[in-house]
Ligand binder design. Structure first.
Ligand code: DX5
Ligand code: ZN
Length: 231
């Protein structure tokens, strides 16, 4: 099993976004989780395709895992495809026509992700399994970083793992919300292979001029990997 760690830039210092992303990549991140919020689907507002485009122009070529928490979603799928997203994940509640929205992502050349909120059943996955490259289980309600992990999401990860294994398809299983070194192994044992972590990673840098971002983030990522090695 190859585990991937995906730092969420929601908890990064936005005034130094490029520097933060380079530091976390140098520290061993596998991909960058890019949270997009619209103050409509979720009660918060973050960043859009122009920011991704600008990061690409600055030379950042790491895999970008774009998590869309916006409604309606279809037009922004196109904008994020043009901006350089590698994975685009959407919530079923954010579109009237899930099959069409997932197809748009694939047709645009990106990998398609389907996200399940804590109260959304995973059953719908079976209807669109052939259109999905990644399943994302939310272990908090979407909208904010730094929230407490919801323990029942481990059952949902296990259910999603069963559906994915039964399909025999190459689908990643990601978990997002409240992940840290202390619970990442539980998530892996439930069946997750891709781990989003925002506050756990970015809060490790104190801001002290003597401290080094890469070292601070690297310490957390190393602690997470050593937990995963014990699974
Ligand atoms: C929440 C976002 C998460 C968030 C996770 O809506 O989707 O990606 O950044 O943050 P932590 O790891 O702090 O829970
Ligand atoms: Zn997210």
């Amino acid at each position: 099993m190859t585990y991937w760690i995906a730092p969420s830039i929601l908890s990064a210092d936005f005034s130094r976004l490029g520097e933060e992303i380079r530091a976390v990549l140098d520290a061993g991140a596998d991909l960058i989780h890019f949270d997009v919020m619209d103050n409509h689907y979720v009660p918060n507002l973050t960043i859009g395709p122009l920011v991704l485009e600008s990061l690409r122009r600055s030379g950042i070529d790491a895999a970008m895992d774009v998590h869309l928490m916006v409604k309606p979603v279809d037009r922004l799928i196109g904008d994020f495809l043009s901006a350089g997203a590698d994975i685009i994940s959407i919530h079923p509640e954010s579109t009237e026509h899930l099959h069409r929205s997932l197809s748009l992502i694939r047709e645009g050349g990106a990998k398609a992700g389907l996200v399940f909120n804590p109260a959304t059943p995973v059953d719908q996955l079976t209807e669109v399994m052939d259109l999905v490259d990644l399943v994302l289980i939310m272990s908090v309600n979407p909208g904010f970083g730094g929230q407490a992990f919801i323990p029942s999401s481990l059952n949902k990860v296990a259910n999603a793992r069963e559906l994915i294994d039964a399909s025999d398809r190459d689908i990643r299983l990601e978990i997002d919300g409240g992940i840290k070194a202390g619970n990442i192994a539980d998530a892996a044992r439930a069946g997750a292979d891709t781990f989003v972590a925002g506050s756990a990673i970015f809060s490790a840098f104190s801001g002290d001029p003597a401290a080094d971002r890469k070292t601070a983030y690297g310490d957390v990522i190393t602690a997470m990997r050593s937990e995963l090695a014990g699974v």
